[in-house]
Design a protein around this ligand. Structure first.
Ligand SMILES: *Cc1c(COP(=O)(O)O)cnc(C)c1O
Length: 457
């Protein structure tokens, strides 16, 4: 038998080992699948050179993506740390426990489950483990800025459960009297507080009071505002709601995935004698999922560590001040901003009344210029969701680029210039002068390159 010499010490260091692994992988990709290699490279360039003002995403820290692309992907690990159904979980147990400990610390929780594949799945876990099929649930209407997984008719949540919705008042704000009236009328077993396009603060205590009055559980889905909550820039629902869910990819700059969190309610005894924490633990596995995506949990561990590390609170503060500045700049230019401004990262503008164009036309015209936004319905919208009368801006991406308020002024200028010049030829088609498109796209590219997201070159 030949003796294989130990590699030099340097090569056994984790950084060197990982660098070699990923360098070999890039070489392999180049040799074996150049088509895919090109797509991966093109996507980096696209993200570098476009201004993403999409409120529901953020550029993940490259280190989080590295963890997500790690060898943990190869491990099947049904169960939980210390109680697995498979061998080979020594490091898996450590990485999952690390993610749990960090989630607990970041959110001031008593219990965290880091296995949900997505926030939608996390919501399904909550509903399926606390309710019976056909039980009534009450969530914000999709059209008013709720989420599919909160009871939309096209979603499993709306098909398995009997879903009722509450809307927004004419001022664009949640009307808690309406929530109470709907709760009294329909006696939901679960009330869902959580939004995708709502620029104002949510009153968790008011939701809990209503839930208690009708004997409902309260689920707070903080997918959009999780970073602000961690940073203390939005009130935390952790001790108001029975259960909190979030995704890890919107405001936590992490990989795509979900979390279930419990605060003071963790030890609450449910009918049958089990605690809420035990119910969520079995609700994720084996009720809803099989083996966890361990590589995704590794990426979550990174992101959840970073939120209590240096710079995160500053980034969250910037998210809020940039969104507020954008709202103010748009209002100054005569744009109708829903609710007049923002308390978080979201600005919703009524482009139909401001520019005479639909949300889809605004979205497409801006995308041609390298600015990414979403069409969004607004209160009393006459158009369906695929057309819409508004657009939603978000500041997560601008904060990652360390934009300042001068940059926001430039963004508002060019957005208003483009939308003013966009001439609708129908609700879904338009004309945009080519000269303006090219000039603006070049300006946006230059702005983005001047202020890159850290690590995205
Ligand atoms: C984005 C979002 C979700 C869905 O997250 P996924 O991880 O994509 O399933 C759920 N709830 C709310 C409020 C969201 O904004």
């Amino acid at each position: 038998m030949t003796h294989v010499a130990d590699p030099p010490l340097a090569a056994t260091r984790p950084a060197a080992r990982l660098s070699a692994f990923y360098a070999d992988a890039v070489g392999d990709l180049e040799a074996s699948d150049p088509a895919l290699l090109h797509l991966l490279g093109d996507e980096l360039v696209r993200q570098r050179d476009t201004l993403a003002l999409v409120a529901s995403c953020s550029p993940a820290r490259p280190a989080a993506l590295l963890a997500e692309g790690s060898a943990f992907a190869n491990v099947t690990a049904e169960g939980y740390p210390g109680r697995r159904f498979h061998a080979g979980c020594v490091n898996v147990d450590k990485v999952e426990q690390l993610a749990i400990d960090r989630a607990v610390l970041a959110f001031g929780a008593r219990y965290a489950n880091v296995q949900p594949h997505s926030a939608s799945t996390a919501n399904q876990v909550v509903m399926t483990s606390l309710l019976e099929p056909h039980d009534p649930i009450l969530g914000l209407d999709l059209d008013a800025g709720g989420h599919l997984s909160h009871g939309a008719p096209v979603n499993v949540s709306g098909r398995v459960f009997t879903a009722y919705g509450y809307g927004l008042g004419p001022d664009g704000l949640i009307d808690y009297d309406e929530v109470r009236a709907k709760a009294r009328a329909h006696r939901p077993r679960l009330i869902i507080a959580g939004t995708t396009a709502y620029p104002r603060v949510l009153d968790w205590a008011a939701f809990r009071e209503i839930a208690d009055e009708v004997g409902a559980y309260l689920l707070a889905d903080i997918s959009h505002i999780a970073g602000l909550v961690v940073a203390g820039l939005h009130p935390s629902p952790i001790d108001h709601a029975h259960v909190v869910t979030t995704c890890t990819h919107k405001q936590l700059y992490g990989p795509r995935g979900g979390l279930v969190l419990l605060g003071e309610s963790a030890d609450l005894r449910l009918p049958g004698g089990r605690t809420l924490a035990q119910t969520m633990q079995s609700g994720v596995f084996p009720l809803m999922q099989g083996a966890p995506i361990v590589n995704s949990i590794a990426g979550k561990a990174y992101a959840l560590g970073a939120v209590t590390g240096p710079g995160f609170t500053e980034t969250m503060g910037r998210i809020r001040s940039l969104a507020a500045a954008l709202a103010a700049e748009l209002v100054t230019r005569g744009v109708r901003v829903i609710s007049g401004g923002t308390d978080n990262h979201i600005v919703v503008a009524d482009v139909l009344s401001s520019f005479g164009i639909t949300g889809i036309n605004a979205e497409k015209a801006l995308e041609e210029c390298g600015v990414l936004v979403n069409k969004n319905r607004i209160v009393g919208d006459a158009h369906p969701a695929q057309v819409a009368s508004g657009v939603r801006f978000g500041s997560n991406g601008m904060a990652a680029r360390e934009f300042d308020t001068d940059d926001v002024t430039r963004v508002a200028d060019l957005v208003v210039e483009v939308l003013t010049a966009t001439r609708a030829t129908s609700n879904t088609t338009y004309e945009l002068p080519a000269e303006l498109r090219e000039r603006t796209a070049a300006l946006v590219r230059e702005m983005c390159r001047r202020r890159p997201v850290a690590g995205y070159r």
